[in-house]
Every structure is written in structure tokens, then in C-alpha cells.
Design a protein around this ligand. Structure first.
Ligand code: MG
Length: 317
């Protein structure tokens, strides 16, 4: 391959990108970036299925480039996809990235984006299989598509929650906009442990807030749910009430927590201890009800509908 210095225009941009991502050496890449398509090999133990997910992140919406810098923005664009793979209990195999660069930009923007992607790619052993770049009069836009193999516990989806199940989360919620949403740990390891033990009946990652994501899981499983307000773990970042919201409201509605929400059979204390020893600390926040009961929030004042107030881009237009 030519070095970036010999090239110009888009060829140069792509060469710069892949020189830093350096994925061509990864054993999973049978055909590395530089061709029309890449070829990825799945782990030998994996059945012949590919799990695919994609997310589009835009400057000013999902990150503030001027504030967080290109490395963090790019890192987040891969992390959110890894979080979706975790929701399926998948094992990351590789990713592709589409970058729309603003016409008015710092000359080192692409290189810094590549560094941010490479950091996360290396951390989770998820090589870059390729990508595309463009320039337009608009904000920086990053579109990542990640591929995963079926994990040892099989695929988990949002379908399968049953009446009588317990709802649990893998960590505290709320206040992520303080900075946590840019660099977090996708719950890949936790999902693997849970799936291997056959715990989740249904699972998803919390990207848009519990109040907006829980109804999605319930719709997919055709069930209702009740969240017990007092049991929702509130992140320290949300303890300081912001914008007039209480810490519980922040935990229910803020979004971008990237913890897992799962429905599962009630766990015996010994099972809970075994999960904790394996690094999975579940907090029970509610239970699954019949669909006719809707989605409820129980507080000392009584039970009332849990209205979705998490982030929805289309409702903010
Ligand atoms: Mg998701």
C-alpha cells in the first residue's frame, strides 16, 4: 500500500485513517481495508451467523466536538455500537466507520478521529475492517457499523420477557451528560456471563433513558412492567439535581447510561452471589406485568404511568 504522503484527496484521507487504525494485521481480517469489501472471519466456535448493529452520531447532538475533542467523539461512536453488541450478548468481530467531515475543520481532525477509534478498537479487540469518508457543509457525522459473533450463551434479544419476571440493571443510572456518556464500559463481559448462565429472558442496553427504553423492551415482549422508584440505582453524577429534576427523575430519563436492562426469572441468593463473584452486580428495579397493566412507576405516593421522557431525536425537531 502507498503511504499517505504519496496520495491526495480521499485516497490520502483513507490511507491516513487506516495507517492509524492499522487493522490489516488483525487475524480476523481475511481481506483488510483497501479493497471494495473487507472479509472478516468469525471465531471457530461461533455458528455461521453475524450480529450487526449501527449508530449515527452527529456533532452538536451526541457530542460537542469543540468541548470533548475528536478522540472522545470517535471513541464514543464505537463504544455505543459495542454496547448494542453487549445487549445481544455478542462477541465483537469488527467494525466499519463512515465519516462526514465538515468543510471547515482542523487539518488534523481525521487523524485524531482515527486515534480515538483505534484506542477503543484495541481495548475491545474489535478491528476496523474499512470505512468511507466524505466532506460536506455540515457538522461532523460518524456512522459506525459493528459486527459480532454469537456469544457462548447464544443471542439475546428484547423478546422473551415473561409475566412474573424481575427487571434488573447492571449499574447506576442518570447524569451521564456530565461526561460519562463519552467514555464508558460497554457491558460485554457482564452480558457474556449472564447469557452463559441463561439468565436474561430479554435484554437491551439503556441508551435513551429507562423511561423510553423500557417500553421498547415491553413492546417487543408484549408485556407490561412496574418500576419501583426506590430501587432504581442513582449514579453519583445524578445525585445533584439538575434542571429542576430530582435524582430519581435523572436516573429514569437522562439516557446514555449504557447499562443493560434485562428481564429474568427471580434469582436465588446463591445465584446472585455467583453472578457477583463473576463480576455482574445486578440491581432489581421492578417486575414484568401483563401488557394490559401498562408501564408503571411505583413511589411511596402510589403507582402511576411511567411516561417516556428520555431522549428521542425525532420528538425534538
Ligand atoms: Mg441499543
Amino acid at each position: 500500500m502507498s503511504t499517505a504522503a504519496d496520495l491526495e484527496g480521499e485516497d490520502r484521507a483513507l490511507a491516513e485513517l487506516f495507517a492509524i487504525l492499522a487493522s490489516e494485521k488483525h487475524p480476523a481480517l481475511v481481506v483488510p481495508p483497501g479493497h471494495d469489501c473487507a472479509v472478516l472471519s468469525l471465531p471457530a466456535a461461533s455458528p455461521g451467523r453475524v450480529i450487526v448493529t449501527t449508530d449515527v452520531l452527529v456533532d452538536g447532538v451526541h457530542f460537542d466536538l469543540a468541548e470533548c475533542g475528536p478522540e472522545a467523539a470517535a471513541g464514543k461512536s464505537l463504544l455505543v455500537n459495542l454496547s448494542d453488541l453487549a445487549a445481544a450478548a455478542a462477541v465483537p468481530v469488527g467494525f466499519e466507520v463512515g465519516v462526514v467531515l465538515p468543510r471547515d475543520r482542523d487539518p488534523d481532525l481525521l487523524v485524531r478521529l482515527a486515534r480515538g477509534l483505534a484506542t477503543v478498537a484495541n481495548r475491545y479487540d474489535c478491528p476496523c475492517a474499512g470505512g468511507d469518508t466524505n466532506v460536506a457543509d455540515g457538522p461532523l457525522t460518524l456512522a459506525v457499523t459493528a459486527c459480532g459473533a454469537v456469544g457462548p450463551g447464544g443471542v439475546v434479544t428484547r423478546t422473551g420477557a415473561r409475566v412474573g419476571d424481575v427487571l434488573s440493571v447492571t449499574g447506576p443510572l442518570g447524569g451521564s451528560r456530565g461526561g460519562r456518556h463519552l467514555d464508558f464500559v460497554p457491558r460485554l463481559a457482564e452480558a457474556r456471563v449472564l447469557a452463559e448462565r441463561g439468565v436474561p429472558h430479554a435484554m437491551m442496553d439503556l441508551s435513551d433513558g429507562l423511561s423510553r427504553d423500557l417500553p421498547r423492551l415491553c413492546r417487543a415482549s408484549n408485556v407490561g412492567a412496574e418500576v419501583e422508584g426506590a430501587r432504581v440505582p442513582v449514579h453519583p453524577d445524578a445525585q445533584e439535581a439538575t434542571r429542576g429534576a430530582t435524582p430519581l427523575e435523572a436516573a429514569l430519563h437522562d439516557g446514555e447510561d449504557f447499562e443493560l436492562l434485562l428481564a429474568h426469572a427471580p434469582l436465588a441468593g446463591s445465584e446472585r452471589d455467583a453472578l457477583r463473584a463473576a463480576g455482574v452486580d445486578l440491581t432489581e428495579i421492578g417486575r414484568v406485568l401483563d401488557a394490559a397493566e401498562g408501564i408503571l412507576l411505583r413511589t411511596p405516593a402510589g403507582s402511576r404511568p411511567l411516561d417516556p421522557q428520555g431522549y428521542d431525536h425525532f420528538l425534538r425537531e
